[in-house]
Ligand binder design. Structure first.
Ligand code: SF4
Length: 203
């Protein structure tokens, strides 16, 4: 079964997924950055219990943490950091939240906000689709929660993101079945900090 993380990586660089599935013996060890992210995740989870839902613009809602999601029909699974079940005019609203341990910012005309990378939105959309299947309830939006800044950014789960999840799953299935080596990411700045760089001899 493929994972939501595979979809996030595919949207970053298809070769990350290829190496993981098609090159036996290649195993990506967690880097110090990834490990510290996990530690931060745990402490954020504990803090989140005590914090209000203000970061999400909500007054009420139940929070579920570390929610395991799985779909046989999609051949996809993943563990969601937090699911908010909030009262709404339709009864309840289900809102997936993914934590990120990121300090990157971007400047808008009026303020500085944490950066929302596109592959994080794809990841969140994949969680949203899994929540919909598992709870038989539509998901309209989700949030990326930035642990260091204690801020959240809303992501609308629109048709474009949903299509990207479906297309991504088909692309991964085909890549793994045919073992066809994908081209490198066109965004070559990403390669500088990539753990697989030594395997990419054409960049
Ligand atoms: S080095 Fe660049 S092309 Fe190779 S896997 Fe990493 S991001 Fe992709």
């Amino acid at each position: 079964m493929f994972t939501v993380t595979d979809l996030k990586q595919l949207a970053y660089c298809a070769r990350l997924v290829y190496y993981g599935y098609c090159w036996p013996g290649v195993h990506l060890m967690p880097t110090a950055k990834m490990a510290s992210g996990r530690i931060a995740n745990v402490s954020a989870e504990i803090m989140e219990h005590r914090r209000s839902l203000r970061a999400y613009g909500l007054r009420q809602g139940e929070r579920e943490f570390d929610v395991w999601l799985e779909s046989e029909s999609l051949n996809l699974c993943g563990r969601l950091d937090m699911l908010i079940v909030a009262p709404s005019a339709e009864g309840v609203e289900l809102i997936p939240v993914d934590y990120k341990d990121s300090l990157t910012h971007e400047r808008t005309a009026r303020r500085i906000i944490p950066t929302l990378w596109h592959n994080w939105s794809v990841q969140l959309a994949a969680y949203a689709i899994l929540v919909e299947q598992q709870r038989s309830h539509p998901v309209r939006r989700g949030f990326i929660y930035y642990i260091p800044q204690k801020r959240a950014r809303e992501v609308m789960i629109d048709e474009r993101l949903r299509a990207e999840v479906q297309d991504g799953l088909r692309a991964i299935e085909s890549m793994v079945a045919t073992e066809q080596y994908p081209p490198p990411t066109p965004y070559r700045r990403r390669c500088a900090a990539c753990e697989y760089r030594r395997l990419c001899n054409d960049i």
